[in-house]
Design a protein around this ligand. Structure first.
Ligand code: ADP
Ligand code: MG
Length: 710
């Protein structure tokens, strides 16, 4: 049967669906004011000026601002937009927006729709309630949002209308960064300039600006929305504060990469479509290890855009889930005892030659460029391991790091056997004989033994792994903005490249190769302690890492201390990424956020224990006691085991009551360590009770119910 006759054969709804069918290219990016859209809406002059700003950086020509704003408005209105908003990223870690409508009364009882260049370029939301960590005293509480033309404006559709969203940075009166985008853009600029400097030294021709690339893999859980609403802990804190592990969860690994259930695939299809409409290059979707856990990943992009797209993905995921009667959980550890969720941060650099500089390549030139980048990253990670750990520190991620197939809190680098072999040869001196690769290895002269892509990466336990042509920072939490870790990575690699370039610039062309060899040799000697190819989940590694002097910062408060290191402040200051004050403000905000989260989680546990769980446990004890009494009196048998059961229920009920009291006392103090210990104690008593009290009397949906979507 031909296609047309098959279509003709379809009836009613199916026919309509078929004729409304659009291929991806037809709707991809339709909600983005992309270069392609701009070309249709802008004059040639304005278009070429703006596109140059976007690709090369620099300031927007104020002369074109009005035209661009008007074009954006016209396009947005044609998409149903009534409002615009500066979409920004305050230090809360999520995104913020305040909407303004386009209307301007015309004085005759009607209105015009207007949007000026001034409004596009700068906004002044009354944003005094965002955390500023003392950067912005209340008397000058103004915060300004400024247009970031390198991330395109987009349309956010609401239930009945639409809003034009303009990605912006957010700064205070004196230009101090109040957000996560500003330092990210600054760090990207710093990195670009060092990469271009190195290109010049190496004689690499420049075709374009260098830039960092990023692909963020996002893990998440889906549960039925009814269960979600029945769990006040999930609604309020994003994680289950109580909950007994189900008998079967992920032991069989039968969920991982398994066939995707219909209800879930419907969600995924919808999510993909919405993200494609927003021009985000979503590529993969699959089931993750834990039941109810999934992953979505894009194709990598320019770092700034990738961060924005990840934030947008997180937002759209929640909305789409709601539409499907599901709740999307982005917390790092929504369920105790099963895998948590991370966000793998795939990072690399595209040089001014347009090539990926972490791709080993196969000619001497590429080899040299690659090995310098590789060593720069090793040096960067070892020097600033504490800062990298701090960048991923959060109350949520603390539950994940170091447990159940999550990378440990010790930051180390995985290179794989082949690269380690090469690194060891460089360490011994350029002329060392290669045993594994065969032949003589001399940086930049002989070519690298060919490295089949992905051949080496079978180590899933490393927090920072080289995976073929990029580094993958796996310790990032699923709920975190990608800005933080990328700011630190960019900064640390910038510093390493700066030091390398300073050495290389001093020598003549003739001696360049020798100097590269020597410089890399020294870097490896100094920083090889950070390289670890073994199993990061073992106790032996914890011991070994200690011997090597690598920091093991287990909790957020410990990790955040790394931001107080004077060397960190010096680096951020030197490369214009964060001033001492800006750095300090972040430290203050993150410490306070951590304390706040522990505080409200603890308080909610006390409430839930007293008002939900204990009444159920007490009622069950009462019923059980009554049953034993009446059965014994009638049957004249002593119910020894039932009495033991009653004793157990009574015992854990008492423990839970005491636990709640103890936690309440701890919450009045200031030690989060004591609070966490009391939380764990209370949880243990309650989770034990959950295994004793009849399911129908238990006031919360169980893990088994929530984790297995049907
Ligand atoms: P893996 O098998 O190691 O997970 P994939 O090829 O599936 O590798 O990529 C995982 C993520 O890494 C994707 O988001 C991908 O786009 C991203 N990625 C690949 N190359 C680069 C690069 N050069 N820079 C940044 N991210 C990259
Ligand atoms: Mg990965």
């Amino acid at each position: 049967m031909s296609l047309t006759s098959r279509i003709k054969g379809l009836e009613g709804d199916a026919m309509t669906e078929f004729s409304n069918f659009q291929t991806i290219p037809e709707y991809y990016g339709e909600n983005v004011f992309s270069l392609k859209t701009m070309r249709n809406y802008l004059s040639d002059k304005a278009f070429s000026s703006l596109s140059k700003t976007i690709t090369d950086g620099g300031k927007v020509d104020p002369k074109i601002a009005d035209e661009v704003a008007d074009a954006m408005k016209t396009w947005a209105v044609s998409k149903g937009a009534t409002h615009y908003t500066h979409w920004f990223q305050p230090l809360t870690g999520s995104t913020a927006e305040k909407h303004d409508s386009f209307i301007t009364p015309d004085g005759e009882g009607s209105c015009l729709l207007k949007f000026s260049g001034e409004e596009l370029i700068q906004g002044e939301p009354d944003a005094s309630s965002f955390p500023s960590g003392g950067l912005r005293p209340t008397f000058e509480a103004r915060g300004y949002t400024g247009w970031d033309p390198t991330s395109p404006a987009f349309i956010k559709e609401g239930p009945q209308g639409a809003t034009l969203c303009i990605p912006t940075y957010f700064v205070g009166w004196h230009g101090e960064a109040l957000d996560k985008k500003t330092p990210l853009l600054r760090s990207m600029k710093a990195l670009t300039s060092q990469v271009e400097r190195l290109a010049k030294i190496l004689g690499i021709k420049s075709k374009q600006r260098a830039y960092a690339t990023l692909g963020g893999e996002q893990e998440y859980f889906l549960i039925d929305r009814d269960f979600y609403y029945q769990r006040i802990d999930l609604v309020q804190t994003g994680r289950t504060l109580f909950g007994k592990e189900p008998a079967k969860h992920q032991q069989m690994a039968d969920h991982y990469f398994g066939a995707i259930k219909d209800r879930v695939i419907e969600f995924m299809e919808d999510l993909d479509r919405e993200m494609w409409r927003l021009g985000a290059p979503i590529k993969t979707r699959h089931n993750e290890v834990a039941p109810g856990q999934y992953e979505v990943a894009p194709i990598f992009e320019n770092q700034n855009l990738a961060v924005d797209h990840n934030l947008l993905t997180m937002e759209v995921m929640q909305k789409v889930a709601q539409k499907h009667g599901l709740a999307c959980l982005l917390h790092e550890k929504p369920f105790h005892g099963v895998n948590g969720s991370g966000k793998h941060n795939n990072w690399s650099v595209t040089g001014p030659d347009g090539k990926n500089w972490l791709s080993p390549g196969d000619n001497p030139h590429e080899n040299e460029r690659f090995l310098i980048m590789l060593c720069a990253v090793i040096k960067a990670v070892d020097t600033h391991a504490g800062l990298l750990r701090a960048a991923i520190a959060s109350a949520g991620n603390d539950h994940r790091l170091g447990s159940h197939e999550a990378p440990p809190a010790i930051i180390s680098v995985y290179l794989g056997e082949q690269l380690t072999d090469i690194i060891e040869q460089i360490e011994k001196g350029g002329k060392a004989k290669s045993t594994k690769a065969g032949g003589v290895l001399e940086v930049g002269v002989d070519s690298l033994p060919s490295l089949p892509r992905h051949a080496s990466d079978r180590n899933r336990t490393s927090p920072f792994a080289f995976t073929g042509a990029k580094f993958e920072f796996r310790a990032v939490g699923s709920n975190q903005s990608l800005s933080g870790p990328n700011i630190i990575l960019n900064a640390a690699v910038t510093q390493a490249l700066d030091e390398i370039c300073t050495k290389l610039e001093k020598v003549s062309k003739k001696d360049l190769n020798k100097t590269v060899q020597k410089t890399l040799q020294k870097i490896i000697q100094d920083h090889k302690r950070v390289i670890f190819n073994g199993d990061n989940y073992t106790q032996e590694w914890v011991k070994e890492a200690k011997k090597r002097g690598l920091p093991n910062l287990k909790t957020t408060p410990e990790a955040l201390k790394a931001t107080q290191d004077p060397a960190a402040a010096k680096m951020f200051e030197k490369y214009g990424i964060l001033s001492q004050k800006e750095l300090q403000s972040r430290n203050e905000i993150y410490v306070e956020t951590y304390d706040t989260i522990i505080g409200y989680e603890g308080a909610l546990m006390v409430d839930m224990a007293r008002t939900l769980i204990l009444p159920a446990a007490l009622e069950y004890s009462e019923g059980l006691a009554e049953t034993i009494r009446s059965v014994e009196s009638v049957s004249k048998t002593k119910m020894t085991s039932s009495r033991t059961l009653l004793k157990d229920v009574a015992k854990y009920t008492e423990e839970a009551i005491e636990g709640a009291n103890k936690l309440e006392t701890a919450l009045k103090g200031s030690s989060t360590v004591k609070m966490r210990a009391a939380m764990a104690e209370l949880r243990e008593a309650v989770d034990t009770l959950e295994g004793l009290v009849p399911a129908e009397s238990w006031p919360l949906p169980s893990y088994a119910e929530m984790l297995f979507i049907s």
